[in-house]
Design a protein around this ligand. Structure first.
Ligand code: FE
Ligand code: FE
Length: 335
């Protein structure tokens, strides 16, 4: 555990118990939030990360802020293969283990099963602000003095988009883009909520980080999943392609009737780093996907690089954002 005091953790744990007591919680072997106070130091094998930000911090190491100085360029042709393996060698053991589990378990069948399990959206009915407060009950080892809460990350992303004069739907997209992380509060393991996403059902691009861990994925033994297009066809469009399961796809289904197409792309593909940063999987994209990925790339810096800025003042911003939410969303949505 890093610098978070035990008292803070216990306080947060208590708050979580109070606020989320009505949530159906799955098997506690799979999630750190369910840890009893007495064994906070022991991470369940399925939850190697101290907090979800460990994955995002690793993204920032791989894609440092100045790499977006050339506006929204996809793959950096100068990035050598050794450089990628250096990131991997230098990754914390917790991050490495997180990717190992992700690449091991995210099979084609796993993704189908999760879609069936979650996309009926029959768990809860909540408004957007309510979902933000719910996500904020996620308990992890983040440091309250330096790390942002989930709510602060959402507000900070939105505020930066707003400061840059973007349209209201874009600001709103920043505000909600990570709400799919409430999957953690439904008992889902870290590796099925966050992590760079990638298509399942076709060959894995060798630009996917920790590619070597796919050797233990059951799909590696299925020849039909191991060709360039796999179960898909050239330029079939990403809507037909199943990506590894996580918070992007889940939230897309919650909000898809309420936001413009550009916004939905940002939400659905913001973790699809192999495509929006590495330029891979172009052969599965149709013309609309290629056009819309300009927006996905425009969104990415707001997500990755706003965290070091000043903490947003939630109470001062609440009225503005509640009005913005009301412009696009009904009072309750199905989750
Ligand atoms: Fe995200
Ligand atoms: Fe985010």
């Amino acid at each position: 555990m890093h610098s978070t005091s035990r008292k803070t953790l216990l306080k947060r744990l208590a708050a979580h118990t109070m606020l989320a007591s009505d949530v159906p919680v799955a098997d506690d072997s799979c999630n750190w939030k369910c840890m009893k106070a007495e064994n906070l130091d022991a991470k369940p094998a399925n939850a190697p990360l101290a907090n979800l930000e460990e994955w995002e911090d690793f993204l920032k190491v791989r894609y440092p802020e100045d790499s977006t100085a050339k506006p929204f360029r996809a793959a950096d042709p100068e990035k050598k293969k050794e450089q990628c393996s250096n990131y991997e060698a230098d990754a914390r053991p917790t991050v490495r283990e997180f990717y190992r589990l992700n690449h091991l378990h995210q099979t084609y069948d796993f993704v189908q099963a999760k879609k069936k399990e979650f996309l009926s959206l029959s768990r809860r009915q909540m408004g957007i602000w309510e979902a933000m407060e719910f996500l904020n009950t996620l308990v992890d080892d983040s440091d309250p003095d330096t790390d942002l809460s989930q709510l602060e990350h959402l507000l900070q992303t939105a505020e930066q988009i707003r400061n840059d004069g973007h349209p209201r739907w874009f600001i709103l997209t920043g505000l909600i883009h990570d709400l799919g992380k409430i999957l953690c509060l439904f008992g889902e393991p870290q590796w099925a909520v966050v992590g760079d996403t990638f298509p399942v059902g076709c060959a894995w691009s060798d630009k996917i980080v920790f590619h070597q861990f796919f050797a233990d994925n059951a799909d590696s033994l299925q020849p039909r999943f191991q060709t360039r297009t796999g179960v898909y066809s050239e330029t079939c469009g990403l809507d037909k392609v199943h990506l590894s399961w996580g918070h992007d796809e889940y939230l897309y289904h919650v909000v898809k009737d309420y936001l413009p197409t550009e916004a939905l792309y940002m939400i659905r593909y913001h973790s699809f780093y192999p495509a929006h940063r590495e330029g891979e999987y172009q052969h599965l994209m149709n013309a609309q996907d290629k056009k819309m990925f300009d927006g996905v790339r425009a969104f990415n810096p707001y997500d990755l690089y706003t965290k070091s800025h000043e903490k947003p003042k939630v109470e001062e911003l609440r009225a503005f954002y509640q009005e913005l939410i009301g412009e696009f969303f009904p009072a309750k949505l199905r989750w």
